[in-house]
Write a protein that binds this ligand. Sequence first.
Ligand code: DC
Length: 439
Amino acid sequence: MGFIVAIDGPAGSGKGTITSKLSKKMNLNNIDTGAMYRCVTLEIIRNNIDLDDLEKVKEILDNINIELIKENGKQIVKLNGEDVSREIRENPVNNLVAKVSAIKEIRTKMVEMQRNMAVSQDIIMEGRDITTVVFPNADLKIYIDADVEERAKRRYLQNKSKNIECTYEEVLEDMKQRDEIDKNREVGALKLANDAIYIDTTNFTEEEVIKKIQKLIKKEKKLKKLEPKIYAERPDNRRKRIVRSIVKGSLKGLYKFFYRVEIIGEENKQKAGENGGYILCPNHINFIDAVAVVLFSKEKVRFIAKHDLGRIGILRWFEHLFDVIPIKRNTQDLEAMKRCLKALKNNEVLAIFPEGTRHGMEKNGKAKNGAAFMAIRTGKPVVPVGISGSFKLFSKVYINYGEPIDMSKYKIKGKEKEYQEQATKEIMDNIVMLTNINK
Ligand code: DC
C-alpha cells in the first residue's frame, strides 16, 4: 500500500478543488470518488434503468469501466472509454446521484474499485466514506466542512463559471437535501471519523486550507518514513540491560529530587506477579506519570505508547531502551497487539493507559478495551494504578497499586465484546478509587 490521504466532507465543502490542488503540489494521485458515483448515475440515466430494478443495476456494475486520468495536466473522467467530465456535473446527474450512491450494491462495487486503485500508488482520495469505510487505516484522515450557505455559494459560483444553468436558491435547496441523504443513509453515510482532523473552511481561503493540509501531509510522510525505525525490535541483550539500569538509576535520582514519590500497595504487584506477567493500568495525567511507573518499579515495565512519539529521535532511543511497544491509535494495529500478547506470554509486565489519552476520564472519553481484551485472552491479571498529585515541583506524587483483578471471570465464549466492556469498567472504577487517597 502506498501513502494514503483520505478526505471526507459534505457537498460543496471545497474538498474536490482542495484535493485536486494538493495532488499536484504533493505528488499524490487524485481519486475523485464522487466522479465515480456520478459515472454510475449517468450510465443508469442513459440506459433508462429503474433504481429498484437491482438485477439491471448489477448488470451495469458488471460491465462498467471508469477511468480517472490526467491529460495535459487536466483530470479527465472516462466512462466506458468516453470523456464524460462535463456531463457528469450537469443537472440530470446532480439530481439523481445522491439516490444512486445510497444503493448498497453500488457502494460495495465502488469501494472495491477504490481500494484497488490504491494498491501501488501514493494517493489522495476524497468522498463521503473514505476515512470511515474505504480507508479507515489511511495515513492521514481529514474532514473538510463549511456552513451550508457558504457551500451553496461556492457551488453556485463554480457552476456559473462552467456555464451550468442554476439559481443560488436551487443550489442551496439541493445541497440541503443531499446533506440529509448523505448523512442518514444506511450504508456509507457521511460521518466524522474519531481520528480525522476536522477543518472548518467557512472563514478560510482555499490557499490557507491547502497550506494547512500540506503541512499535515509533510508531517505524516515523515512519520511514515520513520515507521521501520520506530517499530524495529532491539534485542534485550546484556549491553542494553546495563545501559538501561544506569539510565533508570540516574533518572530516578532526578525524579526523587523534583518530586516526593510515595508508593502504596507494592505488595499487590508481587501478588500479581506470582504466576508470571500482568498488566498495569494507571490513569494518565501527564507525560511524567508513565515515567514514574517505569522508574519506581523494580521489575521491567513495558509501556504501550502512541507510535508518533517515536518521531523524536531521543524519545525513540528511550523507547527502544525500555522496550516500549509503539501503537497506532484509533486503528487496528495488529503488529502492536501481537507484540503485547507475546510479551504477556513471556511473563513480562505491560502497562497500558485505558483512558487512551491524557485526562481521558475528565474529557469524558470512552475507556479503551485493549487491556481487558489482552488480560481476558491471556488469563493474566490486571493491576489498577491510581496516580495522583499536583505534579508541581517538589510536591508529592502518589502511585497507588490496587489489588490484582482476576479477569478469567469475563472469559465467556460468544460474549467477549460485551464482557470486555464490563471488565474495562471494573478496571476504571478501581483506578478512580485508587486516586482518591487521604493525603
Ligand atoms: O462530491 P460530489 O458532489 O461529486 O459527489 C457526488 C455524490 O456522490 C454525492 O451525492 C455523494 C456521493 N458520494 C458518495 O456517496 N460517496 C463518496 N465516496 C463520494 C461521493
